[in-house]
Design a protein around this ligand. Structure first.
Ligand SMILES: Cc1cc2nc3c(=O)[nH]c(=O)nc-3n(C[C@H](O)[C@H](O)[C@H](O)COP(=O)(O)OP(=O)(O)OC[C@H]3O[C@@H](n4cnc5c(N)ncnc54)[C@H](O)[C@@H]3O)c2cc1C
Length: 347
C-alpha cells in the first residue's frame, strides 16, 4: 500500500479531506488547485479589515458522538475553536435549508437533522478549517487542470503529474470532459442529464459601529433569504453581516442588493442606514472562483437515491469526490470524501 501516489484535482473541502485520509492510510498525495488559495467554497475574503465567509456559516452535528464530531476527531480538527450557536430563527419558514435550496428530499434526514440537534461555528470561519486541513499536505496552487489521460493530469501551465490514482474534487461532468482516454459514452450522457442546483447571491455588509446588535444565530426569512452575522462583536454590536438568497433574480446587482437590504430591515430596523459599505457576489462570481458550472451552490441536485453518483468512474484509476456525489455542505462533502478514500483503499 505504501508509496502509492494519488493526484487530487481541487483543494476544496472534498479534496483536502480526501488528501488527509489517504495520507493517514500511507498514500503519497499531491493536490492541484487552480486558485491562488485553497478552500474552494470555504474561502474567506477581507474587505476594509473585516473577514467575510463565503460558503461557510455554520455546521450541524458536532456534539459528542454526532457524525461530524467523529469525522473531525479523525481529521484532527475537532480541537479547533468551534463554538455553539443559538437555534436558527425562522420567520415564515419552518425548514429553511430544505426550501431555500432545491427541495431535495434527502436533505431532510441527512443535512437538516444534525442542524436540529446543534449548530456550530468556528472562530476565524472557513479559513481556520482549511488552514488546519491543508497543514502537512502538498497543495500546489495556480495549477488549473485542463486534461486527464492515462493516470496523468495536465495543467494549463504545461506541467503534468502522474499518479497511481487520480481523484477529482471538481464537478463530475467537467472532470469527464477533460478525460482523453476512451470510456463508455453512456456514462457521460448520464452526467449530462443531471441538473445543478441554483447559485447564491450574497450581500456582504460592513456595519457602522453601534448600529445593529450582534445576534448569535442565523435568521431565515420567508423561504427567501437568510441573514448571518459576522463573528466580530464590539460592545455587543455587530461589525458585519451577510444576506444570502438562493433565488438570484436576473437583475442589476445593486438594485437587487438594495431590495434584499430593504427586506431584511423588516427584521433589523434601521439596516439600510446602518450599512457603511457593502459588496456582492453572484452565481457568476462563484463560477469564476470555483469553476462550478453556473455557480451552483450545492452542486448536482439529488432528489432520490437514483441520482447519487458513485466515487468510481468507468476508468479504474479515476475517482470522484466532493459535494456533487452525495450530500452537500461540510458534513455531506466529508462523508463523500470518506467513501472515495474507502473505494481507493480497497483496491
Ligand atoms: C453561499 C453558500 C453558503 C454555504 N453555507 C454553508 C454552511 O453554512 N454550512 C455548510 O456545511 N455548507 C455550506 N455551503 C456548502 C459548502 O460550502 C460546500 O458543500 C462545500 O464547501 C463543497 O466543497 P467541494 O470540495 O465539494 O467543492 P469546492 O469547494 O467547489 O471545491 C472545488 C475546488 O476545485 C478547484 N478547481 C475547480 N476546477 C479546477 C481545475 N480545473 N483545476 C484545479 N482545481 C480546480 C476549485 O477552485 C475549488 O477549490 C455553502 C455553500 C454556498 C455556496
Amino acid at each position: 500500500m505504501a508509496d502509492r501516489h494519488v493526484i487530487i484535482i481541487g483543494a476544496g473541502l472534498g479534496g483536502l479531506v480526501c488528501g488527509k485520509f489517504l495520507s493517514h492510510r500511507g498514500f503519497t498525495v499531491t493536490i492541484l488547485e487552480q486558485s491562488t488559495q485553497a478552500g474552494g467554497a470555504l474561502q474567506t475574503f477581507v474587505r476594509d479589515g473585516i473577514r467575510f465567509d463565503t460558503g461557510f456559516h455554520s455546521v450541524g452535528g458536532l456534539d459528542r458522538g454526532e457524525p461530524l464530531d467523529l469525522i473531525f476527531r479523525q481529521l484532527g480538527v475537532r480541537s479547533l475553536p468551534w463554538f455553539r450557536m443559538e437555534d436558527d430563527e425562522c420567520i415564515g419558514c419552518s425548514e429553511p435549508f430544505l426550501r431555500l435550496s432545491t427541495g431535495w428530499e434527502v436533505e431532510r434526514r441527512h443535512v437538516l437533522e444534525p442542524y436540529r440537534k446543534s449548530i456550530w461555528r468556528l472562530e476565524g470561519g472557513g479559513k481556520t478549517l482549511i488552514d488546519a486541513l491543508k497543514t502537512g499536505q502538498q497543495v500546489l496552487l495556480r495549477k488549473k487542470v485542463v486534461a486527464i489521460e492515462d493516470r496523468t493530469v495536465y495543467c494549463a501551465d504545461g506541467s503534468s503529474y502522474r499518479g497511481d490514482f487520480v481523484v477529482s474534487d471538481i464537478h463530475p461532468l467537467t472532470t469527464m470532459r477533460m478525460v482523453r482516454d476512451h470510456f463508455r459514452p453512456a456514462y457521460l450522457q448520464r452526467l449530462e442529464m443531471l441538473s445543478n442546483g441554483p447559485g447564491a447571491f450574497t450581500v456582504y455588509a460592513k456595519l457602522r459601529h453601534g448600529s445593529i446588535k450582534h445576534i448569535k444565530h442565523s435568521i431565515f426569512v420567508n423561504n427567501d433569504f437568510m441573514i448571518h452575522f459576522g463573528d466580530e462583536v464590539v460592545e455587543g454590536y455587530a461589525r458585519s453581516l451577510d444576506i444570502v438568497t438562493f433565488q438570484p433574480a436576473d437583475r442589476e446587482r445593486d438594485a437587487y442588493a438594495q431590495e434584499l437590504i430593504r427586506k431584511a430591515s423588516v427584521r433589523l430596523p434601521g439596516l439600510p442606514e446602518a450599512i457603511e459599505k457593502y459588496w456582492t457576489s453572484t452565481p457568476k462570481t462563484w463560477e469564476r472562483y470555483t469553476g462550478t458550472p453556473g455557480g451552483s451552490a450545492y452542486g448536482i441536485c439529488k432528489n432520490s437515491t437514483s441520482d447519487y453518483l458513485a466515487p468510481q468512474t468507468p476508468l479504474p484509476w479515476l475517482f470522484l469526490t466532493g459535494q456533487n456525489l452525495g450530500l452537500h455542505g461540510v458534513l455531506g462533502t466529508s462523508i463523500s470524501a470518506i467513501n472515495t478514500c474507502n473505494s481507493i483503499s480497497l483496491l
